[in-house]
Design a protein around this ligand. Structure first.
Ligand code: NAG
Ligand code: NAG
Ligand code: NAG
Ligand code: NAG
Ligand code: NAG
Ligand code: NAG
Ligand code: NAG
Length: 320
């Protein structure tokens, strides 16, 4: 593969990163008509969620309307992020819902990059009950750079993290585990605060199992369901991870191992178990990508690319 191909692939990747960075699911349980009372109530609910969530510590639920026009809404900002991040995630999620699900009586969004909130509205009461679908699953298409023994060991530890998250008063865990002497896994788990401790544990364990089935061996990813969120990656993605010494790679490290490559996203609906859509998103800020392009240019200019780098670039290319 020539350097021109590589660069055009990366530019394509940047384009994708700008255009496809959200994830939502429109339920197929009924549509409302424009200008109906339900339509107005939905708008009021979404507005209320956006304007009340930060003042309520990142979790808020509301009910507006009566009879068949009742709209129930829930919002949860994960990782108790700073107010600005919570608001921007929720506003972004709501925009996505209004665009993707203009007339659906029920829909859910897990926010956009960096997937930090859940926004869910419906024409049915769903607060406090455990729902395991629909499921959002994303994986980082980079392969794990560790022996299988280390990888399996790290995975087996996730069950303990599920327990710690579900028994935590915020229903959350953010932990760092050694994968090898040079790599760490950053694991985040959280449930919406309206579910019980046991439901939280079940939700998270199912998410870990789901991820193991769909996305094992990839270097990172996430699973979102209506009541919980599981994510792991080789770099710290939220501020709340315990501070660790320099996760930044040495210059000799193959660049792609230390930065998040494009991510494949799949939303699976409950019983149908079909993929409703598949798109490519990325968790890499565009600035980092531009830096990568420059780095690649430098690599191709001053030396022959290593076989390892080549094969990983092919991996990126094949992921579209
Ligand atoms: C709702 O509308 C969408 C198109 O906007 C359509 O695909 C879907 O089948 C409708 N659902 C129901 C239950 O009528
Ligand atoms: C909804 O209301 C707007 C403005 O009031 C109007 O322009 C539009 O035609 C209405 N749509 C329907 C389907 O009644
Ligand atoms: C929630 O937001 C709405 C505006 O959308 C506001 O009228 C209402 O007072 C807020 N409720 C609470 C409990 O803050
Ligand atoms: C919010 O959810 C709780 C259950 O978790 C429920 O008891 C309460 O009535 C809901 N509040 C509103 C305003 O719907
Ligand atoms: C509400 O919906 C149910 C079934 O979906 C229907 O039987 C009932 O007539 C509706 N009520 C009103 C007031 O529209
Ligand atoms: C809950 O988890 C967070 C993040 O790991 C931690 O900071 C907090 O101390 C935990 N709270 C309890 C009560 O364990
Ligand atoms: C909050 O948002 C800023 C900019 O939007 C971002 O740089 C930062 O990483 C976010 N914080 C968290 C905890 O995600």
């Amino acid at each position: 593969m020539g350097s021109k191909t590589t660069i055009s692939l990366l530019l394509h990747f940047i384009f994708l990163s700008i255009t496809l960075t959200d994830a939502q699911n429109c339920y197929n349980t009924g549509n409302f008509t424009a200008n109906s009372t339900y339509a107005k109530n939905r708008d009021l609910v979404l507005r209320s969620l956006a304007s009340n969530v930060t003042a309520n510590g990142g979790f808020y639920n509301t009910t507006i309307g009566s009879g068949n026009d009742t709209v129930y809404g829930l919002v949860h900002c994960m990782a108790s992020p700073p107010a600005a991040n919570c608001s921007s995630c929720v506003n972004y999620a709501i925009q996505g819902l209004m665009t993707a699900c203009p007339h659906q009586k029920e829909a859910i969004s897990w926010g956009g990059n960096p997937f930090q909130c859940i926004v869910h509205y419906a024409n049915r009461y769903f607060f406090g009950s455990l729902e395991l679908s629909p499921t959002l699953a994303l994986y980082n298409t980079g392969k794990i750079d560790a022996t299988f023994a280390q990888f399996d060991q790290a995975w087996s530890g996730f069950t303990d993290i599920v327990t710690r998250a579900s028994t935590n008063s915020s229903r959350l865990a953010a932990e760092t585990t050694d994968l090898s002497s040079t790599q760490k896994i950053y694991v985040f788990m959280q449930c919406t605060p309206d579910v019980s401790q046991s439901n939280c544990g079940e939700c998270l364990q199912k998410s870990v199992d789901y991820y193991r089935d769909c996305c094992y061996k990839y270097q990172g990813g996430l699973v979102g369901t209506p009541n919980c969120f599981f994510r792991w990656d080789l770099y710290p993605y939220y501020d709340l991870f315990p501070q660790v010494t320099s996760p930044s790679p040495s210059p000799s490290t193959p660049f792609i191992d230390s930065s998040p490559p494009p991510t494949s996203i799949t939303i699976t609906k409950g019983k149908e178990n079909t993929t409703s859509r598949t798109v490519i998103v990325t968790t890499v800020p565009t600035a980092i990508l531009l830096a990568l392009v420059i780095l690649i240019l430098a690599i191709f200019r001053f030396r022959k690319p290593k076989q390892k780098v080549k094969s990983k670039l092919l991996l990126i290319g094949s992921s579209y």
